[in-house]
Design a protein around this ligand. Structure first.
Ligand code: AMO
Length: 433
């Protein structure tokens, strides 16, 4: 029966006749003695043999990357990682790893310089054999689970909305058009319209974790053409502050869960569990601060560099990694944002370590108000009746947020590029694998 490396380490022992199975990660051949490391999903163990053993020749014929089954006994040795090594009785190659490999996989743990990202993405399955890389996806999976836990415990219901849609929710030019029989359709930029329509359904609190698509022509470290959008929408709010409170609680839950997880799994980062409430700055005040630093571009909009400067300012002033930018000017927000006096809206962005990870706010819920907002922007209201009709039959005050999962993961693991946080990322040039 197969024993996992962790079980062998825990028991300090591989019972005779039982085997371990995994990938060869390293071979040290000293002619009359050979050391082979084999890794499974739980850890890496050393197999040692000398030239008098039957298994010696089989071990000698292995390539790094091969899949093997090793049967034998074990010996405790404090000098080896895990404190146990395997003395093989037989070694069977279950699958060959062809040579040369497309990216270096020898001694992955000790990979000194990482091959370039594009080469790694082309051979992602091999790249993931590096525990530093797989750690990112363990983290992402753990975060997605914690988000679900949070929403379930807060009485939110998971929904699944269409990704082939008739119209974009976020405006702008970054819509992917698809041929849909005789019609034009688009890939959904956001579940915005649908999660809002659910507010007229009586279900009150919904969330979705699903792909969203944006035709981003620029290859930047923070944009993908396909990303995972974590969306929430809830009814009967008093203002956007209710949404910010809920979002804070979600992130505290996620980061404290993750803190325990990284310790347990020995992952190479240590997230800080944020104090509540998170710092909040009104958008226009942030603009003034940035003007003082000279960190704004000429259109006076807070973008990448401005976000980084605000993040730094908040870290220094409040020792906090998060900051809400609130009360965004109307012209920077989509039509559905709830307006407020002074040309502002009841909407916010959340920055984490100097990068936007979330947008949210209160939405317009009055049918006539929505109609006027469409008119003011010269958007043809009738074309959106599939959405706006939901506001005619009892739409409660509501709001929500959309958070980019990969942006959150990128910031937690400290990756330079958001593509590090996607198994098989998509950008303008990459459609494969
Ligand atoms: P927004 O367009 O700001 O808002 O998107 C919400 C969050 O999604 C992430 N994001 C992206 N991540 C990677 N690559 C991209 N190209 C990309 N575009 C967006 C960001 C961003 O903060 N409907 C609103 C949300 C709401 O108000 O509920 C929306 O989509 O982290």
């Amino acid at each position: 029966m197969r024993k996992l490396v962790k079980e062998i380490f825990d028991d300090k022992f591989l019972p005779e006749g039982e085997n371990m199975e995994g990938w060869v990660t390293g071979i040290r051949d000293l002619n009359n003695k050979i050391f082979v490391t084999v890794k499974d999903r739980t850890g890496e163990i050393q197999v040692v043999s000398n030239n008098k053993d039957d298994a010696f020749r089989s071990l000698k014929s292995l390539n790094v990357g091969d899949v093997v089954s090793v049967t034998g006994s074990s010996k405790e040795d404090k000098r080896t990682p895990g404190g146990v090594e395997i003395l093989p009785a037989s070694v069977q190659r279950m699958a060959l790893c062809e040579t040369p490999v497309p990216i270096p996989i020898d001694h992955l743990e000790k990979r000194v310089t990482m091959p370039n990202l594009e080469a790694r993405l082309d051979a992602r399955y091999l790249d993931l054999r590096d525990s530093k890389v797989s750690a990112i996806f363990k983290t992402k999976s753990k975060i997605a689970n914690s988000i679900r836990d949070f929403f379930i415990s807060d009485d939110f219901m998971e929904i699944h909305t269409p990704k082939i849609v008739m119209a974009g929710a976020e405006g702008g030019s970054n819509l992917f058009q698809v041929e849909y029989f005789e019609k034009d359709a688009y890939l959904a930029q956001s579940p915005q319209f649908y999660k809002q329509m659910m507010m007229a359904s009586g279900l009150e609190r919904v969330y979705e974790i699903a792909p969203a698509f944006r035709a981003e022509p620029h290859n930047t470290p923070r944009h993908l053409t396909e990303f995972t959008s974590v969306d929430a929408e809830m009814s009967f709010i008093e203002s956007e502050a209710d949404i910010m409170d809920m979002h804070e609680r979600m992130l505290v839950h996620v980061l404290s869960d993750l803190k325990k997880y990284v310790t347990e799994k020995n992952l190479p980062y240590s997230p800080i569990v944020p104090e509540r409430p998170f710092p909040r700055i009104e958008y226009n005040d942030a603009v003034s601060i940035l003007n003082e630093f000279g960190a704004l571009n000429e259109d006076n909009e807070i973008k990448g560099e401005g976000e980084a400067a605000i993040g730094k300012y908040i870290k220094e002033k409040h020792d906090h990694e998060f900051v809400f930018l609130t009360k965004f000017p109307k012209e920077l927000r989509p039509v559905y944002a709830m307006p407020e006096d002074g040309g502002l809206t009841k909407s916010f962005d959340l920055l984490y370590k100097g990068m936007e990870i979330t947008t949210g706010g209160q939405r317009i819920h009055g049918y006539e108000n929505l109609k006027n907002a469409f008119k003011a922007r010269k958007i043809p209201f009738e074309q959106y009746s599939f959405y706006t009709d939901a506001f005619r039959y009892g739409m409660p005050p509501h709001g929500g947020f959309g958070m980019g999962l990969e942006r959150l993961v990128k910031q937690i693991v400290g990756a330079d590029n958001i593509k590090e946080a996607v198994l098989f990322p998509r950008d303008k040039n990459r459609l494969s694998p």
